[in-house]
Design a protein around this ligand. Structure first.
Ligand code: DER
Length: 225
């Protein structure tokens, strides 16, 4: 659909910030897809970077394109990570995890000097929470963990794939938590991560350094906070 075009133009604008010698975090999802493609194109024109992927999916895409990958044992920090989002609010708090990659995405984002979020305009919201918040939990006692999530005021749904529980790259489950609206994302983020069995959740609080939005009319906006 035309949101593909708005995703692509936001992604390509973000890739303009990549310079020779950088370590680049490769995001996950259909918007990050276009950033990875553009990085591949610029490498063919001589761009000299190394990358770290936020998912097996992005890793195999990068390998297919010929992007040289490193692991955390090879590097001290990531210079810039370009990644998508499911929702972005006015304080630039973000919900991620629609693609099930939130744990590695947050680890790479936290290791990055710059995190650039790339979205199409539909992702901009006044308040987070219409998109069900993905929460990564371990399998052991998952029913109890889901009950604890209910007590925080959501309807927890075990994400499934081919009629079986969806498994993350890390061998964990994803619970999609329907809050409807999240009044206090900063507090909720802490409360969720205190629950035993929770590995992490899709709230990226105060992590985005830049938000680039693609619009259906073909324009691109680099939001300033
Ligand atoms: O799963 C993720 O965190 C993705 O980045 C998601 O938040 C955005 O995916 P999209 O670019 O395909 O909409």
């Amino acid at each position: 659909g035309d949101d593909m075009e708005s995703k692509r133009i936001a992604a390509e604008r973000a890739v303009e910030y990549i310079e020779d010698g950088m370590i680049v975090g490769l995001g996950t999802g259909s918007t990050a897809y276009w950033a990875i493609q553009k990085i591949g194109e610029r490498m063919k024109e001589g761009l000299d970077i190394r990358a770290i992927a936020t998912s097996n999916q992005s890793e195999s895409l990068a390998k297919a394109i010929g992007i040289s990958l490193v692991s955390f044992s090879d590097i001290k920090a990531v210079d810039v990570t370009i990644d998508g989002a499911d929702e972005v609010d006015r304080q630039w708090n973000v919900i991620k995890g629609g693609g099930g990659a939130l744990l590695r995405e947050k680890i790479v984002a936290a290791a990055s000097k710059q995190l650039i979020i790339i979205i199409d305009e539909r992702k901009l919201v006044d308040r987070l929470g219409e998109f069900p918040l993905p929460v990564e939990i371990v399998q052991f006692g998952y029913e109890m963990t889901m009950h604890k999530l209910t007590e925080l005021g959501c309807r927890p749904i075990l994400r499934e794939k081919d009629k079986k529980p969806f498994m993350t790259d890390n061998g964990n489950y994803i619970i999609d938590c329907e809050f409807g609206s999240i009044e206090k994302p900063v507090e909720l983020h802490k409360e969720i991560n205190m629950i035993p069995g929770v590995v992490d959740n899709g709230l990226f609080i105060h992590m985005a350094d830049q938000v680039i939005v693609g619009f259906e009319d073909g324009s691109v906006k680099e939001l300033r906070r």
